[in-house]
Design a protein around this ligand. Structure first.
Ligand SMILES: Cc1cc2nc3c(=O)[nH]c(=O)nc-3n(C[C@H](O)[C@H](O)[C@H](O)COP(=O)(O)OP(=O)(O)OC[C@H]3O[C@@H](n4cnc5c(N)ncnc54)[C@H](O)[C@@H]3O)c2cc1C
Length: 374
C-alpha cells in the first residue's frame, strides 16, 4: 500500500484547501451561530467539483477515489466541520445507490448527486433505534405498483436542501428494505430541525412519513437487504467522519500554535513553556496517527477491500483524537478559548459528534473485538 499522494490527490487536496480558505472560512462562524443550511456553499462546492470525488465518471463522478474524498473532507473540515460533513453525509446515499441501485436508479438519482446538483438525506435512525434494525418501526406496505411508507425518522441530516432521500423501513416480511424517496412527495414532512450543540447548519431533522406512495421501481437493491445496504454505505460515511475529525483537530493545533506563539507569559512567548510544548507535541503526534489510519482505510476502500473493522478502528482513534486535541487547544487558549470570540469553542463542540454519529464509539470497539474473536 503506497501512501505517497499522487499528483491528482495533491491537486484535489490543494483545491479543497483553497476552497475552504476562500469560501468556507469566512462563513463558518455564521453557519454555526444561525444553524442555517448553507445552500450557497453547497452550490459552490458543486461548481468546484468537490462532490462525487469517489464515484466513477460514468455517473458523473470524478473517478478520483476514496482517498481524494477523504482528503477533500479533511481540508474543508479545517474550516468548518459542518460544510465538510455535507460531502460525507451525501456520500452515504451515493454509496447506497452506486453499490445497490439499478442502472436506471443510478442514471436518475446518482448522477445529479455526483455533480452536486442534488443532495440526499439518508434516514435510518428512529427515536428508539440507534443502529439496531430490529427496533425500526417505519413500515413499507406493498400496494398496487408502490410501497406506502409510514413512520417517523429522526436525526436525518441535509434535510432542508435534499432532493433525494434514502429511507429504511420494515417491509411486509418484517425485514428492512431501502427505498429511494422524493422528499417533495405528498406526506413527506420535515417535522422539526434539531438545535444541536455542534455540527450546526447540517440540517439534522425529524421526519414524519405520512403514507408516502413510493413507486416499486424505487426499491433500492433486493427486498429485505436494507441492513446490508446500511452497513456498507455507513462505512463510507464513517471514513468521511475520520477525515472530519482529523481536519478539525489539525485546525485546533494550528490555532493553538498561533495563539501560544503570540501570547506573552512573563516576558516570553507562551510557546516557550515546556507544558505548552508538551501539549503541542502530543496533539501533533495523535493527529498524525489518526490521519494515517484514515488514509490507510481510504486506500483499502480504493482497492475494493472490506473496511468494516478498519474504519471502526480509525473512527475510534480519530474521533477520540479530535475530542482530546480540541480540549487541549481550549486549555492552551485559556479563558479566550472559552469565549465565542475565538473559534476553538466551536471546534470543541463539533469534535464531540464524531464519537456519536454513524455508530457510537462503544459499538466501534465491539466491532473491532468481534473481528478478532471470529
Ligand atoms: C449531528 C447528527 C447527525 C446525524 N445524522 C444522521 C443521518 O443523516 N441519518 C441517520 O439515520 N442518523 C443520523 N444521526 C443519528 C446517529 O447516527 C445515531 O443517533 C447514532 O448512531 C447513535 O444512536 P442513538 O442516538 O440511538 O444512540 P443509542 O444507541 O441510544 O446509544 C446511546 C449510548 O448508549 C450506549 N450504547 C448503545 N448501544 C450500545 C451497545 N450495543 N454496546 C455498548 N454501549 C451501547 C453508548 O454509550 C451510546 O453512546 C445523526 C446524529 C447526529 C447527532
Amino acid at each position: 500500500m503506497d501512501f505517497n499522494l499522487t499528483e491528482q490527490e495533491l491537486m484535489i487536496r490543494t483545491r479543497a484547501r483553497e476552497f475552504a480558505r476562500k469560501s468556507v472560512e469566512p462563513r463558518a462562524a455564521e453557519i454555526d451561530r444561525t444553524n442555517e443550511w448553507p445552500s450557497d456553499l453547497v452550490a459552490e462546492m458543486a461548481k468546484s467539483g468537490l462532490f462525487g470525488l469517489q464515484l466513477p465518471p460514468e455517473y458523473h463522478g470524478s473517478g478520483a477515489g476514496y482517498k481524494c474524498y477523504a482528503l477533500a473532507i479533511e481540508q474543508i473540515s479545517q474550516s468548518s466541520m459542518t460544510v465538510a460533513a455535507i460531502i460525507a453525509i451525501n456520500a452515504l446515499s451515493e454509496e447506497a445507490i452506486y453499490r445497490y441501485g439499478s442502472e436506471e436508479q443510478k442514471q436518475t438519482f446518482l448522477t445529479p448527486l455526483a455533480r452536486g446538483e442534488h443532495t440526499a438525506m439518508f434516514a435510518f435512525t428512529e427515536a428508539a433505534t440507534g443502529i439496531d434494525p430490529k427496533l425500526i418501526t417505519t413500515r413499507a406496505s406493498p400496494e398496487d405498483n408502490c410501497y406506502i411508507l409510514k413512520g417517523e425518522k429522526t436525526f436525518a441530516s441535509l434535510a432542508p436542501g435534499a432532493r433525494v432521500a434514502v429511507i429504511f423501513a420494515k417491509d411486509e416480511t418484517e425485514n428492512v428494505s431501502a427505498f429511494i424517496v422524493d422528499p417533495s412527495s405528498k406526506g413527506f414532512v420535515i417535522a422539526k430541525c434539531w438545535e444541536m450543540m455542534g455540527l450546526r447548519g447540517s440540517g439534522t431533522c425529524q421526519l414524519s412519513l405520512q403514507d408516502i406512495a413510493v413507486p416499486q421501481k424505487n426499491l433500492l437493491g433486493e427486498k429485505g437487504k436494507g441492513y446490508d445496504i446500511l452497513l456498507l454505505s455507513i462505512n463510507v460515511g464513517q471514513l468521511g467522519i475520520c477525515a472530519e475529525a482529523v481536519g478539525t483537530a489539525q485546525a485546533a493545533l494550528e490555532m493553538s500554535l498561533d495563539y501560544a506563539r503570540n501570547r506573552p507569559v512573563r516576558g516570553k512567548s507562551m510557546l516557550q513553556l515546556p507544558i505548552i510544548q508538551s501539549y503541542i507535541g502530543e496533539m501533533a503526534s495523535r493527529i498524525e496517527a489518526a490521519r494515517w489510519l484514515t488514509y490507510k482505510v481510504a486506500a483499502m476502500k480504493d482497492e475494493g477491500r472490506n473496511i468494516r473493522k478498519d474504519v471502526a478502528m480509525a473512527k475510534l482513534i480519530a474521533s477520540q483524537t479530535a475530542v482530546d486535541v480540541t480540549g487541549m487547544a481550549m486549555q492552551i487558549h485559556g479563558s479566550y478559548g472559552y469565549t465565542k470570540d475565538f473559534p476553538i469553542e466551536r471546534l470543541y463542540r463539533d469534535a464531540k459528534v464524531t464519537q456519536i454519529y454513524e455508530v457510537v464509539s462503544e459499538i466501534q470497539r465491539i466491532i473491532v473485538a468481534a473481528s478478532l474473536m471470529s
